[in-house]
Ligand binder design. Structure first.
Ligand code: ATP
Ligand code: MG
Length: 387
């Protein structure tokens, strides 16, 4: 498939700060791309550059075969000529216009009279279940309704590209799920090309054909949701997509261990050859990949076990979110409520417990310092899981 839309080497600075840093994106026709990253990493700035609301210092932006921005040849097509739809975080409806006038606006500024005559405004309103609200003003709508109207306004002119900047973040949890699913259905039905910004990983996984994980103005990983979930490319990405447990691993003469000295089979974790060059590495695990036990005897052979103390335990319905202190390392465990609820309910802070994981669940990354720290004591308790 040819790339419908390409951003190359995009650079945007504010004063002495580089906010978008030689960023590349290629988006296929009909693809729903999610830009995911923490607050301040440059997501909105990237969208504003694509839309033509900011002028980048470097790089180029092309739609199919026409260039809308190129710093070196000084091409800069103004925003209103770029044929882009935008949906913002704050609904940004014009308060003095009715729903009908709001949705009609992009058709009017583009001079698309025949589309208006053909009922495209009503069709767009109908797609987001707002057909009955056309004569109301934004102040007479709920937040969810306002955001659905904003989605209809973003799509009505059938733009080449639709940009969404955290459109769900102002909605309460239930509405957020509803509008998210509506955007997903609309995309499947209409097949528009989209860049959707969020810092919510669940939203990203639910909506994206591909995810671009952003870090400080650059793309850290650009891949399908499944591959990002299963094989995050760096410790940063792993942390960002919910692998909240960070374990320091140490290479000793007998092989890799945890800091506490429990052997960890890095072959089982899929670590190949000389991927880790130093004598330390970082392991990442999801809270669901850790199991709770009463004693080390319950840990399966080959799994890695830790002795620790209970720090907190929070009820979440089907599960408890449990924080454990294991010799100075904080571990986060999502424990099945049916299996563990009874004793967790009664357990005092500081109660001893055991946590384990299968090394097949571990994702391993080079340590940023890669330094050797052979001062780490080997604890007797840890030797057990070798047996
Ligand atoms: N007009 C501006 N002038 C100066 N600095 C700016 C301007 N716009 C954005 N920035 C800075 O650029 C950085 C990135 O901002 P941006 O809004 O792109 O982040 P973001 O990833 O969208 O964050 P959030 O998730 O909080 O919306 C921030 O440090 C911000 O302060
Ligand atoms: Mg933003």
């Amino acid at each position: 498939m040819t790339s419908q839309f390409r951003v190359s080497n995009l650079t945007k600075t504010f004063g002495s700060n580089t906010i978008v840093d030689q960023l590349d994106l290629d988006i296929q026709d009909g693809e729903f791309l999610v830009l995911l990253g923490p607050s301040g990493c440059g997501k909105t700035t990237t969208l504003r550059c694509i839309a033509g609301l900011e002028t980048p210092e470097g790089g180029s932006i092309t739609f199919k075969d026409h260039t809308v921005f190129d710093a070196s040849s000084r091409i800069n097509v103004p925003a209103y000529k770029r044929n882009i739809g935008m949906v913002f975080q704050s609904y940004a409806l014009w308060p003095n216009m009715t729903v009908r006038e709001n949705i009609r606006y992009p058709l009017k500024v583009r001079g698309m009279k025949s589309a208006i005559a053909a009922g495209q405004v009503e069709t767009a309103a109908g797609m987001v279940d707002c057909g009955a609200l056309l004569d109301r003003y934004p102040s007479q709508l709920s937040g969810g309704q306002q955001q659905r109207v904003a989605v209809a306004r973003g799509l009505v002119a059938q733009p080449d590209l639709v940009l969404f900047d955290e459109p769900l973040s102002n909605l309460d949890a239930r509405l957020r799920d509803q509008v998210r699913s509506q955007i997903h259905q609309l995309h499947q039905r209409l097949g528009f090309t989209a860049v959707f910004v969020t810092h919510d990983q669940a939203e990203a996984f639910a909506l994206g054909d591909r995810l671009a994980i952003m870090k400080a103005g650059k793309i850290e990983q650009y891949d399908t949701p499944e591959r990002v979930y299963e094989t995050p490319s760096s410790d940063y990405v792993a942390a960002f997509i919910g692998m909240a447990n960070r374990l320091e691993l140490v290479r000793r003469h007998e092989g890799w261990t945890t800091r506490a000295g429990a052997p960890v089979d890095l072959d089982a974790a899929g670590v190949q050859g000389d991927y880790i060059s130093g004598d330390t590495a970082l392991g990442r695990l999801r809270p669901d990949d850790l199991a709770l036990h009463h004693s080390l005897d319950e840990v399966r052979a080959g799994d890695v076990g830790f002795v620790g103390d209970l720090v907190t335990s929070e009820y979440g319905g089907r599960y408890f979110d449990v924080t454990v202190d294991a010799g100075g390392e904080q571990l986060f465990v999502r424990a099945d409520a049916e299996l563990h609820g009874r004793w967790l309910r009664g357990a005092a802070i500081g109660s001893p417990l055991v946590v384990s994981f299968s090394p097949t669940k571990l994702r391993v990354f080079p340590h940023p310092d890669g330094h050797v720290d052979l001062q780490v004591p080997v604890l007797a308790q840890a030797a057990r899981s070798e047996a």
